[in-house]
Design a protein. Structure first.
Ligand SMILES: CC(C)(COP(=O)(O)OP(=O)(O)OC[C@H]1O[C@@H](n2cnc3c(N)ncnc32)[C@H](O)[C@@H]1OP(=O)(O)O)[C@@H](O)C(=O)NCCC(=O)NCCS
Length: 155
Protein backbone atom coordinates (compact mmCIF):
# COMPACT_ATOMS: atom_id res chain seq x y z
CA UNK A 1 0.00 0.00 0.00
CA UNK A 2 1.40 3.39 -0.95
CA UNK A 3 1.24 6.39 1.35
CA UNK A 4 -1.12 9.17 0.28
CA UNK A 5 0.31 12.61 0.94
CA UNK A 6 -2.40 15.21 1.38
CA UNK A 7 -1.94 18.97 1.44
CA UNK A 8 -3.30 20.27 4.77
CA UNK A 9 -6.69 21.90 4.21
CA UNK A 10 -6.99 25.69 4.28
CA UNK A 11 -9.60 27.32 6.44
CA UNK A 12 -10.82 30.90 6.19
CA UNK A 13 -12.47 32.62 9.12
CA UNK A 14 -13.06 36.17 10.34
CA UNK A 15 -10.10 37.64 12.21
CA UNK A 16 -10.55 38.10 15.96
CA UNK A 17 -8.82 40.49 18.33
CA UNK A 18 -7.12 37.42 19.81
CA UNK A 19 -5.53 36.66 16.40
CA UNK A 20 -3.66 39.96 16.24
CA UNK A 21 -0.51 38.69 17.98
CA UNK A 22 -0.11 35.80 15.48
CA UNK A 23 -1.15 37.98 12.53
CA UNK A 24 1.37 40.64 13.50
CA UNK A 25 4.12 38.02 13.76
CA UNK A 26 3.42 37.07 10.12
CA UNK A 27 3.27 40.75 9.14
CA UNK A 28 6.69 41.51 10.62
CA UNK A 29 8.19 38.39 9.03
CA UNK A 30 6.77 39.25 5.59
CA UNK A 31 7.19 43.02 5.21
CA UNK A 32 10.12 45.42 5.47
CA UNK A 33 7.68 48.10 6.64
CA UNK A 34 5.05 46.19 8.64
CA UNK A 35 1.79 47.55 10.01
CA UNK A 36 1.71 47.99 13.78
CA UNK A 37 -0.62 45.94 15.98
CA UNK A 38 -2.68 49.11 16.50
CA UNK A 39 -3.43 49.30 12.77
CA UNK A 40 -4.86 45.76 12.87
CA UNK A 41 -6.92 46.67 15.95
CA UNK A 42 -8.23 49.74 14.13
CA UNK A 43 -9.15 47.67 11.07
CA UNK A 44 -11.26 45.38 13.28
CA UNK A 45 -12.75 48.33 15.17
CA UNK A 46 -13.92 50.19 12.06
CA UNK A 47 -15.48 47.04 10.63
CA UNK A 48 -13.19 46.26 7.69
CA UNK A 49 -13.42 42.72 6.30
CA UNK A 50 -10.56 41.02 8.13
CA UNK A 51 -9.98 37.34 7.33
CA UNK A 52 -7.48 34.80 8.58
CA UNK A 53 -6.30 31.87 6.48
CA UNK A 54 -5.35 28.89 8.64
CA UNK A 55 -3.39 25.80 7.74
CA UNK A 56 -2.86 23.13 10.39
CA UNK A 57 -4.65 25.49 12.79
CA UNK A 58 -1.88 28.08 12.46
CA UNK A 59 -2.19 31.48 10.81
CA UNK A 60 -0.70 31.03 7.33
CA UNK A 61 -1.95 34.36 6.00
CA UNK A 62 -4.60 37.04 6.20
CA UNK A 63 -6.40 39.63 4.16
CA UNK A 64 -7.98 42.97 4.98
CA UNK A 65 -10.47 44.81 2.80
CA UNK A 66 -12.68 47.86 2.96
CA UNK A 67 -15.92 47.19 1.08
CA UNK A 68 -18.36 50.04 0.41
CA UNK A 69 -20.61 51.45 -2.32
CA UNK A 70 -19.98 48.63 -4.75
CA UNK A 71 -16.18 48.69 -4.47
CA UNK A 72 -13.76 46.59 -2.49
CA UNK A 73 -10.32 47.88 -1.64
CA UNK A 74 -7.78 45.24 -0.65
CA UNK A 75 -5.64 46.92 1.99
CA UNK A 76 -3.44 44.01 3.03
CA UNK A 77 -2.90 40.49 1.73
CA UNK A 78 -0.11 38.46 3.24
CA UNK A 79 1.17 34.88 3.37
CA UNK A 80 3.76 33.72 5.88
CA UNK A 81 7.19 33.68 4.17
CA UNK A 82 7.66 29.95 4.89
CA UNK A 83 4.36 29.19 3.10
CA UNK A 84 4.81 31.45 0.07
CA UNK A 85 4.96 30.34 -3.56
CA UNK A 86 2.67 27.35 -2.90
CA UNK A 87 -0.57 28.78 -4.23
CA UNK A 88 -1.81 30.09 -0.88
CA UNK A 89 -1.68 33.73 -1.98
CA UNK A 90 -3.92 32.91 -4.94
CA UNK A 91 -6.34 30.98 -2.68
CA UNK A 92 -6.48 33.89 -0.25
CA UNK A 93 -6.99 36.44 -3.03
CA UNK A 94 -9.76 34.33 -4.62
CA UNK A 95 -11.44 34.07 -1.22
CA UNK A 96 -11.33 37.85 -0.69
CA UNK A 97 -12.79 38.41 -4.15
CA UNK A 98 -15.64 35.98 -3.32
CA UNK A 99 -16.31 37.89 -0.10
CA UNK A 100 -16.34 41.13 -2.14
CA UNK A 101 -18.95 39.69 -4.50
CA UNK A 102 -21.06 38.56 -1.53
CA UNK A 103 -20.95 42.20 -0.37
CA UNK A 104 -22.20 43.22 -3.86
CA UNK A 105 -18.93 44.85 -4.91
CA UNK A 106 -18.53 44.97 -8.68
CA UNK A 107 -14.93 46.17 -8.70
CA UNK A 108 -11.84 45.43 -6.56
CA UNK A 109 -8.90 47.82 -6.15
CA UNK A 110 -5.49 47.55 -4.54
CA UNK A 111 -2.09 49.21 -4.45
CA UNK A 112 1.20 47.42 -4.97
CA UNK A 113 4.85 48.43 -4.98
CA UNK A 114 6.50 48.36 -8.43
CA UNK A 115 9.34 46.39 -6.76
CA UNK A 116 7.00 43.66 -5.42
CA UNK A 117 7.33 41.14 -8.26
CA UNK A 118 5.54 38.20 -6.55
CA UNK A 119 2.50 40.33 -5.69
CA UNK A 120 2.33 41.94 -9.13
CA UNK A 121 2.48 38.50 -10.74
CA UNK A 122 -0.23 37.18 -8.41
CA UNK A 123 -2.55 40.10 -9.19
CA UNK A 124 -1.91 40.02 -12.94
CA UNK A 125 -2.62 36.27 -13.04
CA UNK A 126 -5.86 36.91 -11.15
CA UNK A 127 -7.00 39.43 -13.77
CA UNK A 128 -6.09 42.75 -12.14
CA UNK A 129 -5.02 45.53 -14.49
CA UNK A 130 -2.90 48.60 -13.82
CA UNK A 131 -5.15 51.67 -13.77
CA UNK A 132 -3.03 54.36 -12.14
CA UNK A 133 -0.11 55.37 -9.98
CA UNK A 134 0.24 57.08 -6.59
CA UNK A 135 3.53 58.95 -6.38
CA UNK A 136 5.70 58.47 -3.27
CA UNK A 137 3.02 56.37 -1.58
CA UNK A 138 5.12 53.86 0.38
CA UNK A 139 8.08 54.25 2.74
CA UNK A 140 11.21 52.69 1.24
CA UNK A 141 14.80 52.01 2.28
CA UNK A 142 15.89 55.04 0.27
CA UNK A 143 13.12 57.60 0.56
CA UNK A 144 9.72 56.70 -0.88
CA UNK A 145 8.31 54.30 -3.48
CA UNK A 146 5.35 54.81 -5.82
CA UNK A 147 2.27 52.60 -5.72
CA UNK A 148 0.72 51.02 -8.79
CA UNK A 149 -3.09 51.06 -8.54
CA UNK A 150 -4.67 47.87 -9.89
CA UNK A 151 -8.33 47.07 -10.50
CA UNK A 152 -10.42 44.06 -11.44
CA UNK A 153 -14.04 43.91 -12.47
CA UNK A 154 -16.00 41.39 -10.38
CA UNK A 155 -18.85 40.87 -12.86
C1 LIG B 1 2.35 38.44 -2.57
C2 LIG B 1 2.06 37.15 -1.78
C3 LIG B 1 0.76 37.30 -1.01
C4 LIG B 1 1.93 36.00 -2.78
O1 LIG B 1 1.59 34.83 -2.03
P1 LIG B 1 2.10 33.39 -2.47
O2 LIG B 1 1.42 32.40 -1.60
O3 LIG B 1 3.56 33.37 -2.53
O4 LIG B 1 1.51 33.36 -3.96
P2 LIG B 1 1.19 32.09 -4.84
O5 LIG B 1 2.03 30.93 -4.44
O6 LIG B 1 -0.30 31.91 -4.85
O7 LIG B 1 1.70 32.56 -6.25
C5 LIG B 1 0.97 33.47 -7.02
C6 LIG B 1 1.84 33.84 -8.23
O8 LIG B 1 2.95 34.63 -7.79
C7 LIG B 1 4.16 33.98 -8.20
N1 LIG B 1 5.16 34.09 -7.16
C8 LIG B 1 5.06 33.73 -5.87
N2 LIG B 1 6.22 33.97 -5.24
C9 LIG B 1 7.06 34.48 -6.17
C10 LIG B 1 8.39 34.94 -6.14
N3 LIG B 1 9.12 34.93 -5.01
N4 LIG B 1 8.92 35.44 -7.29
C11 LIG B 1 8.20 35.48 -8.44
N5 LIG B 1 6.92 35.05 -8.52
C12 LIG B 1 6.36 34.57 -7.41
C13 LIG B 1 3.80 32.54 -8.39
O9 LIG B 1 4.71 31.92 -9.30
C14 LIG B 1 2.41 32.62 -8.92
O10 LIG B 1 2.41 32.90 -10.30
P3 LIG B 1 2.05 31.73 -11.32
O11 LIG B 1 0.61 31.41 -11.05
O12 LIG B 1 2.28 32.39 -12.62
O13 LIG B 1 2.96 30.59 -11.01
C15 LIG B 1 3.25 36.81 -0.83
O14 LIG B 1 4.44 36.83 -1.58
C16 LIG B 1 3.37 37.72 0.35
O15 LIG B 1 2.65 37.57 1.35
N6 LIG B 1 4.30 38.71 0.28
C17 LIG B 1 4.54 39.62 1.40
C18 LIG B 1 3.36 40.54 1.61
C19 LIG B 1 3.02 41.29 0.35
O16 LIG B 1 3.87 41.80 -0.36
N7 LIG B 1 1.71 41.37 0.07
C20 LIG B 1 1.18 42.08 -1.09
C21 LIG B 1 1.04 43.53 -0.78
S1 LIG B 1 0.43 44.41 -2.19
Amino acid sequence: MSAVLKQPALQFRPMLESDIKAVHAVETAAYDFPWSRVIFQDCLRVGYCCWVMERDRAVAGYGIMAVAVGESHILNLCVHPTAQNNGLGRSLLDYLLDVSRRHKADCAYLEVRPSNAPARRLYARAGFEEVGMRRNYYPARLGREDAIIMAKSLD
